[in-house]
Design a protein around this ligand. Structure first.
Ligand SMILES: *[C@@H]1O[C@H](CO)[C@@H](O)[C@H](O)[C@H]1NC(C)=O
Ligand SMILES: *[C@@H]1O[C@H](CO)[C@@H](O)[C@H](O)[C@H]1NC(C)=O
Ligand SMILES: *[C@@H]1O[C@H](CO)[C@@H](O)[C@H](O)[C@H]1NC(C)=O
Ligand SMILES: *[C@@H]1O[C@H](CO)[C@@H](O)[C@H](O)[C@H]1NC(C)=O
Ligand SMILES: *[C@@H]1O[C@H](CO)[C@@H](O)[C@H](O)[C@H]1NC(C)=O
Ligand SMILES: *[C@@H]1O[C@H](CO)[C@@H](O)[C@H](O)[C@H]1NC(C)=O
Length: 523
């Protein structure tokens, strides 16, 4: 009798388990597939890579994160329903995205529908798909039954009483989602206990192996993340500190590191000394009135090369900070400002018969892309933030994906932004007043600091503070953006634009009238 009851409890567990694995799991996968194919997406990977889906799933795994795009839809879930191994199965970090702990640095793996178990497929359905309230309730109910009766129950038994209440709901939910499953349910309910199949189902249904997996990989993950990111620790730390954003991996370790790694400068302190100069006289000609009008902007790449714009000559000038050689690259239009995208590519704002943003590979001297942005402001600069381009249009900043040319975010400003500079979760911009303004991703707000004269250019130093070139004299602005002091270093007090590169630890300035580039090294 006792044996009999135990065997029945076990058979009931087997039946419920069979329904979950043989009926519900494929049902969820099919529903998901139907949903994304109806949107014109051909694979699960493409669906997972759409920005809204990636964004939602990212926040189901990452707490306290503020994303660089679509910030308004960021969530801060107290529980994280997506576990480490599930997240790893779905997404991989793209190389080179280190600055932000944000969804934009991930890309979907080539996952198949068959890779999704009921927990994962229901999580995606419930969070990323538009469901009718009844479908939503059915999916939630089925998922809940799996958790209540199967995932955590190591005994592998379901009693008669539990089964009675459970079976009615289970079949109702399934039939609501797909009425054609009636026959399958009947077949399964009559099925005798198959011990070996039941054992394999039990293992499959228990979440324990996943939990072990999660613990194992996350401990390893922290180690490799830490090693891989050590070189970029400075940027990450700056971001954490300035914007109060926590890094997903090993926050406490990062904060310990903080004390020793970052050197905080005293405001106005003499940080740089002039190392050498590049004389550009032979490269630049005066215009008919004797003015030097044809040199704009300066940028320093990670390998120490400088890129300058010579609009009248339709070329980019490429100077080396370590030797006297000067190269140039001819363009069709007139380049006016430039920013670096990666080790070989730069984005340039160019005028032909309209304004374009063009991407050039300066190693191979080829144009990679030409992007037209309606309303691009004539005086507006360009910059990058987290591997995206920032451009100025009327009353707003636009964040552009330089690979696709798409506008991924629009940030409203109260002025026509002029010079721009992106750094550590903030986009600094100038208007036609003496104000230096910035938009901060961490609080989704704009801030302002009024300077003694109009700002013309800015760059961030390793401690997160900034040098801002103003019309009358340069100032050193504190990391929190609340204070400033006049820059003491004589050669830095007057110039037209400047740029710092943290890999080179070099600061470069452009003095247009003297046709000179100054190269400064940290003291
Ligand atoms: C997320 O919530 C926690 C408390 O639950 C809070 O301390 C933290 O600042 C929040 N983070 C963001 C980015 O909203
Ligand atoms: C597992 O299920 C059995 C039978 O329904 C029940 O008596 C037991 O309490 C459950 N165990 C857990 C850990 O939920
Ligand atoms: C720069 O070079 C030009 C000629 O190429 C020369 O006349 C001028 O004196 C140089 N300026 C400096 C400061 O060395
Ligand atoms: C200067 O830097 C460039 C770019 O990194 C490199 O290719 C070149 O060999 C360097 N030249 C010297 C003289 O070190
Ligand atoms: C640099 O960016 C360009 C433009 O998006 C891209 O085509 C190129 O593959 C990138 N190169 C590297 C080394 O990442
Ligand atoms: C510049 O800042 C001052 C002080 O914060 C403010 O009163 C003024 O309106 C600002 N000007 C613009 C154009 O935002």
């Amino acid at each position: 009798m006792y044996f009999r009851k135990d065997r029945d409890d076990k058979r009931r567990y087997f039946i419920v388990g069979s329904v979950i694995l043989e009926v519900v799991t494929p049902l969820f996968r099919t529903k998901l597939e139907k949903d994304y194919t109806s949107k014109g997406l051909t694979t699960l990977q493409t669906f997972l890579n759409t920005q809204p889906v990636l964004h939602i799933l990212f926040h189901l795994r990452h707490r306290h994160a503020r994303c660089c795009v679509d910030g308004r839809n960021c969530c801060n879930h107290s529980a994280l329903p997506l576990i480490h191994c599930q997240w790893k199965r779905l997404y991989t970090e793209k190389p080179g995205y280190f600055l932000h702990d944000c969804h934009c640095k991930f890309t979907a793996n080539p996952v198949q529908l068959e890779d999704l178990d009921i927990t994962l497929s229901s999580l995606i359905l419930l969070n990323c798909n538009k469901l009718t309230p009844a479908d939503d309730a059915a999916i939630q109910g089925l998922r809940q039954y799996k958790n209540d009766y199967l995932s955590h129950n190591t005994t592998g038994r379901i009693s008669q009483t539990e089964y009675k209440s459970l079976w009615t709901d289970l079949t109702n939910f399934v039939l609501h989602l797909d009425p054609s499953k009636q026959d399958d349910l009947i077949r399964i309910e009559r099925r005798p206990l198959d011990e070996s199949l039941c054992n394999s189902y039990t293992l499959n249904l228990l979440d324990i192996h996943k939990k072990l997996d999660e613990m194992g990989t996350s401990i390893q993950g922290i180690r490799s993340d830490m090693e891989g990111q050590y070189a970029n620790m400075q940027e990450i730390l700056l971001y954490i500190r300035k914007d109060g954003c926590t890094c997903q991996c090993g926050k406490s370790e990062l904060q310990d590191e903080d004390q020793t790694y970052i050197k905080q400068y005293t405001l106005g302190q003499d940080v740089f000394q002039l190392h050498h100069q590049i004389n550009l006289t032979s490269e630049i000609q005066n215009d008919v009135y004797g003015y030097v009008t044809d040199i704009h902007d300066i940028m320093i790449m990670d390998d120490g090369r400088l890129v300058l714009c010579l609009p009248c000559q339709h070329r980019l000038l490429i100077c080396y900070t370590n030797e006297s050689r000067v190269d140039s690259m001819h363009l069709q239009g007139e380049p006016v400002c430039v920013t670096s995208i990666n080790d070989s590519a730069v984005a340039v704002k160019v005028w032909y018969i309209d304004w374009y943003i063009e991407i050039y590979d300066i190693n191979n001297e080829i144009k990679l892309k030409s992007i037209i942005i309606p309303g691009l402001l004539q005086w507006g600069g360009i910059t990058t933030i987290i591997n995206k381009l920032v451009v100025c249009v009327e009353d707003r900043l636009q964040i552009i994906d330089h690979q696709t040319g798409e506008v991924v975010q629009t940030i409203q400003t109260n002025c026509d932004p002029d010079k721009v500079h992106g750094s550590g979760g903030r986009i600094f911009y100038c208007d036609y007043d003496n104000n230096l303004s910035w938009y901060s991703y961490s609080d989704d707000r704009h801030h302002v600091l009024t300077l003694p004269s109009k700002p013309k250019g800015m760059t961030t130093l390793p401690d997160g503070s900034m040098y801002v070139v103003c019309k009358d004299e340069s100032v050193h602005v504190s990391t929190d953006g609340k204070q400033y002091k006049t820059v003491k270093t004589e050669e830095l007090r007057k110039c037209e634009c400047l740029a710092y590169n943290p890999k080179q630890r070099k600061l470069v300035t452009l003095n247009i009238n003297q046709r000179r580039v100054n190269i400064f090294y940290e003291k």
